[in-house]
Design a binder for this molecule. Structure first.
Ligand SMILES: *Cc1c(COP(=O)(O)O)cnc(C)c1O
Length: 253
């Protein structure tokens, strides 16, 4: 399918420049904490971003994209077909959208409750396959955020780990939404400590080391705390017209 909207040259340049800047931030953050640059992957948070703009980033070498809404995932993934991209689902997942998310997502980062895992397993058994997942933890203790309560995370990991169809890659969190990156650090530290403890107790398999955390405003902090995937939207594609609460707080999706 061809793009219906031509991206203006100026927008193309801005996306490329922004990407180069974000890549540089990642590089510097890795250096600052003596981490290998290849240990951190950049996931483009592409909610509200049209497929043709995502293509610009893909042409610049990006391969990971994350969508919050099943509707957007379903609409854009076919437009990116044939490109070397891996689609991750990073929004709240309702059980009635499972079929579509499984069709288009390579990984579901937001497993936050057992009934969701059970229903995914049921569908995957029917399809005779498995999928990569992450366990989403609410590390900010805010009511409005999705994710398992940290106290319940271990039980959830254990329970999800019993399904052969769900390959747990690690943990994901949004973290405290704060203007200052420093305020979100405890959220990231907490996610890492849950992962480390779950690994050392054998609740997580040795390969389930991913920590998906950090966004435009706090990726340096996240990398310092061990992020292996940072999810960046605004710093690459510019400001969105919808407030994030539209994506994070509501229960419809
Ligand atoms: C939007 C979003 C991001 C990226 O946020 P930015 O501040 O735009 O970089 C990361 N993770 C999730 C779950 C999101 O919804």
């Amino acid at each position: 399918m061809t793009d219906m909207n031509v991206v203006p040259a100026q927008v193309i340049n801005t996306i490329k420049e922004n990407l180069a800047h974000v890549r540089e931030r990642i590089r510097l953050a890795c250096r600052a904490s003596a981490r290998d640059e290849s240990s951190v992957r950049l996931l483009l948070a592409t909610k509200t971003v049209p497929a043709e703009r995502i293509r610009v980033a893909v042409a610049a070498g990006e391969t990971l994209i994350g969508e919050n809404k099943v509707q957007e995932l379903k609409q854009k993934m076919p437009l990116l077909e044939g490109l070397p991209v891996e689609g991750h689902f990073i929004g709240h997942l309702q059980t009635n959208k499972i079929k579509d998310v499984l069709k288009y997502a390579h990984c579901i980062q937001t497993i936050d409750r057992l009934d969701l895992a059970e229903k995914l397993d049921k569908r995957l058994q029917f399809e005779g396959r498995s999928i990569e997942v992450m366990i989403q933890v609410n590390t900010s203790f805010e009511e409005s955020k999705f994710g398992a309560h940290p106290d319940n995370a271990y039980d959830l990991i254990r329970a999800v780990g019993k399904f052969d169809t769900l390959k747990i890659k690690g943990l994901m969190t949004i973290g405290l939404f704060a203007a200052e990156a420093e305020k979100v650090r405890p959220s990231f530290t907490l996610l890492r400590s849950i992962r480390d403890e779950a690994l050392s107790e054998g609740i997580l398999l040795p390969e389930a080391t991913e920590l998906s955390m950090g966004m435009s405003g706090d990726l340096e902090t996240a990398i310092a705390e061990g992020a292996t995937i940072v999810r960046v939207g605004t710093a690459i594609f510019g400001k969105r017209i919808y407030p994030d609460s539209y994506y994070w707080n509501e229960r419809q999706g």
